[in-house]
Design a protein around this ligand. Structure first.
Ligand code: AMP
Length: 282
């Protein structure tokens, strides 16, 4: 068990990383918003497997939330997070105050790549602008060799891979599989919002994705047919569906005929909680 060093100051954090790298060590970073669960832990474990030093960042980034979204009530559990990160052997935690990331007069933003336009980008305008801006800034403060992200946020991982390529950022992006509860629900910091009844109904997302995978494995290639099959499972259980689609995994385009590999993606509201999930079809 290592007690992680906690950094609040960007310059102190950057100096620590630069020293480690100057000593020949490979550094991995796992960006998070805290309220850590087994999904986050799997990313830290992945970083530890390929790196000498692992940094977790914990920052609830205000610019990726719209005014009506859950920024104020987003779970903040720093002490538990710190203990969990210590258990899994994290070397450093970067947990800046908002003013360190967004000093007075902050006005420079990243224009996200075109893959940010659809799905989450349509439903949450400005979300990926906030994500790209904070991730680029975190990469400046934690100049690691590799950053590890979860496939749970499929479009986010794609957006970040594109940003890194388009802007020639000197960092490798490693995307790891979604960690699920034993019954299939994708782990999410937002699952704590669910009442017992909502928690049961939330299973419709993973069930709908399993149905999409089953249909495609059985030879179905009509996108409309697969999307209707997902909706038939979702509609009786969830309170609203933002999207339930089958897309091409690199462009997120949705051609009428499914070509493999493809990805099924869902965003739906259960009670007042918005959940997302996805599954590769290949
Ligand atoms: P968040 O704290 O929600 O911003 O997520 C931080 C990182 O953890 C992102 O790269 C997410 O994709 C990843 N993540 C969230 N949930 C899971 C999960 N269930 N399995 C694997 N990675 C996850």
């Amino acid at each position: 068990m290592t007690e992680p060093t906690i950094f609040r100051d960007p310059d102190a954090m950057r100096n620590w990383v630069l020293e480690r790298r100057a000593a020949g060590e490979r550094v991995g970073v796992v960006p998070t918003m805290g309220a850590l669960h087994a999904g986050h832990v799997s990313l830290i474990t992945a970083a530890r497997e390929t790196c000498d030093r692992t940094v977790a960042t914990i920052f609830v980034n205000p610019t990726q939330f719209a005014p009506h979204e859950d920024l104020a009530k987003y779970p903040r559990t720093f002490e538990q997070d710190r203990a969990r990160l210590a258990e899994v052997g994290t070397d450093a935690i970067f947990a800046p105050p908002v003013e360190a990331m967004y000093p007075a007069g902050f006005s420079t933003y990243v224009e996200p790549p075109s893959v940010a336009a659809s799905l989450e980008g349509t439903i949450r305008p400005g979300h990926f602008r906030g994500v790209c801006t904070v991730v680029l800034k975190l990469f400046q403060i934690v100049p690691a060799d590799v950053a590890v992200f979860g496939a749970k946020d499929f479009q986010q991982a794609l957006v970040i891979r594109r940003m890194v390529r388009d802007l020639a950022l000197p960092i490798e992006i490693d995307v790891r599989p979604t960690v699920r509860e034993p019954d299939g629900l994708a782990m999410s910091s937002r699952n704590v919002y669910l009442s017992p009844d909502e928690r049961r109904r939330a299973l419709a997302l993973s069930r709908a994705l399993a149905e999409a995978a089953h249909r495609v494995a059985s030879g179905e290639r009509s996108r409309t047919a697969v999307e209707q099959a997902m909706r038939a499972i979702l509609e009786p259980e969830v309170d609203s569906i933002d999207y339930a689609v089958v897309a091409e995994p690199e462009s997120l385009e949705c051609p009428a005929r499914i070509e493999l590999p493809a990805v099924a993606l869902i965003a739906a509201r259960v009670g007042s909680t918005r959940l997302i999930d996805n599954r590769r079809l290949d």
